[in-house]
Design a protein. Structure first.
Length: 365
C-alpha cells in the first residue's frame, strides 16, 4: 500500500514539474523583431513598411514616437498587417520610431525593440501658413488665404487694445481654395497683431507679427456714381436727386410735390459702379429747412437684388454740416439705398437732402 501511494505521489510531482517547465517554455518563446523597415516621406507624414517575424501568434506591432509638440504617441498595428501611415508632424526634422512586437495571451518574453529614424517632408501646415495674408483696412484687417491642401486649419489673430486687454479671433478653414474674412479690431488706434496657424494635431506655427495703425478711410469718388430716387421735384422747382452729389450745399434734392401726393418713406439709391467696403455714410440737411429724421441704410450687389439693412440712425435736426454715421462693422455693396422713414417734424410728407457721401475702401478682386 505504501508503495502504491509513493508511486502516485511521484507521478504527480513529475507531472507538476513537467507542466511548469512546459508552461515556462511557452512564456519564454522569443519573438524576433520586425525587419526590412522602409519608409516614404510625405507632407507632414511618413508611410512605413516592414516584414513581420515568422511567428503565427503575433498580437500586434506597436510603433511609438515623440511628436512635434513633445507628446509620446503610440500606434497599434494588427499582427497580420505590415504597413502604416504615420501623420500629423509639425516639422520636417528627424524623428525616432520604435517598433515592438507583442505575442498573443502573454506568451512572449520581454518585447524585442528596434529603432529607426525617419524624416517627413515639409508639413502642409507650414505650406498653408505661407498662403495666409494680412491687409490693413479701416478699423480692422482682412485675412485672406489659399487652402491648396486637403485639411482643416485654424488661423488665430491676437492683439491688445489701448487698455492692454487681449483679444483673439479664430478663423476655421475647412474648404479648399481661396477665402477671406474681415477681422474688426476693437479699441485700437495702433497695436501689434500676431498671426498663428495650427492644425488638428495641435501643431502651431511661430506667431508672425504685424504692425497695425488705424488708417483713415477715404471718401469715395462720387463722379462715377449714378443715382436715382423714389421721386424728385423737377417741375415746380429744380430739385433733382443728382443735386446731392454736386458738392454744392445750396442745392438739394426734394421729393416730388408738384403733382400727386407722396408720403414717407422716400429714398435715394446710388450705384457705386463696383462693390466697395463701406464703413461710413455722410448726410447733410438742406440749409434753410430740415426735411428728414429717421434714416435706414440698405445694400445689395445686384441691380434689382434683395436689399439688406445695415444701419438705422436719426439725423440731428439742428446740424447744418455733414453728419457722419459710422457703421459698427464694414459692409460690402455696390448699390446703397438711403431710406428716409420719418419727417423732421409733424406730418410733413416730403423729404429733402443737400449732400450725400460714402466712405470706404476699394476691394481688390
Amino acid at each position: 500500500m505504501k508503495r502504491i501511494v509513493f508511486l502516485i505521489l511521484s507521478s504527480l510531482i513529475f507531472f507538476l514539474i513537467w507542466s511548469c517547465d512546459h508552461d515556462s517554455d511557452e512564456k519564454t518563446v522569443e519573438i524576433a523583431p520586425v525587419s526590412n523597415i522602409t519608409y516614404e516621406s510625405g507632407y507632414g507624414e511618413i508611410y512605413f513598411k516592414w516584414k513581420n517575424p515568422d511567428y503565427k501568434d503575433i498580437s500586434h506591432v506597436e510603433i511609438t514616437y515623440e511628436d512635434s509638440v513633445g507628446y509620446e504617441r503610440r500606434i497599434l498595428v494588427a499582427g497580420g498587417v505590415s504597413e502604416q501611415l504615420v501623420e500629423g508632424f509639425g516639422s520636417s526634422r528627424i524623428y525616432d520610431f520604435t517598433f515592438t512586437v507583442y505575442g498573443k495571451n502573454g506568451v512572449s518574453s520581454s518585447p524585442v525593440k528596434i529603432s529607426v529614424s525617419a524624416q517627413p517632408n515639409e508639413p502642409y501646415l507650414n505650406l498653408f501658413n505661407t498662403k495666409v495674408k494680412i491687409a490693413r483696412k479701416n478699423r480692422g484687417v482682412l485675412v485672406s488665404w489659399y487652402n491648396k491642401y486637403d485639411g482643416e486649419y485654424y488661423i488665430n489673430v491676437s492683439y491688445r487694445d489701448i487698455n492692454n486687454n487681449e483679444h483673439e479671433k479664430e478663423i476655421v478653414v475647412t474648404d479648399p481654395g481661396e477665402g477671406e474674412e474681415f477681422v474688426a479690431l476693437e479699441g485700437v488706434t495702433e497695436t501689434m497683431l500676431y498671426i498663428t496657424t495650427s492644425d488638428i494635431y495641435g501643431n502651431k506655427t511661430t506667431p508672425r507679427p504685424y504692425s497695425y495703425k488705424v488708417a483713415e478711410s477715404g471718401r469715395l469718388d462720387r463722379t462715377i456714381w449714378t443715382i436715382m430716387a423714389s421721386s424728385h421735384e423737377v417741375t415746380k422747382e429744380k430739385c433733382p436727386v443728382s443735386n446731392v452729389l454736386d458738392g454744392d450745399i445750396s442745392t438739394f434734392w426734394h421729393s416730388e410735390w408738384g403733382s400727386g401726393t407722396y408720403t414717407f418713406p422716400h429714398y435715394i439709391q446710388v450705384d457705386l459702379r463696383r462693390k466697395v467696403r463701406i464703413n461710413r455714410i455722410g448726410l447733410q440737411h438742406r440749409q434753410n429747412k430740415t426735411m428728414a429724421n429717421g434714416v435706414e441704410f440698405y445694400g445689395t450687389n445686384k441691380q434689382n437684388g434683395s436689399l439688406e439693412k445695415f444701419g438705422t440712425f436719426n439725423m440731428d435736426q439742428s446740424a447744418k454740416t455733414m453728419q457722419y454715421y459710422d457703421l459698427p462693422a464694414p459692409v460690402e455693396y455696390r448699390y446703397v439705398r438711403c431710406l428716409f422713414t420719418t419727417p423732421s417734424s409733424g406730418d410733413a410728407k416730403n423729404a429733402g437732402l443737400a449732400e450725400l457721401e460714402i466712405w470706404g475702401d476699394d476691394i481688390d478682386e
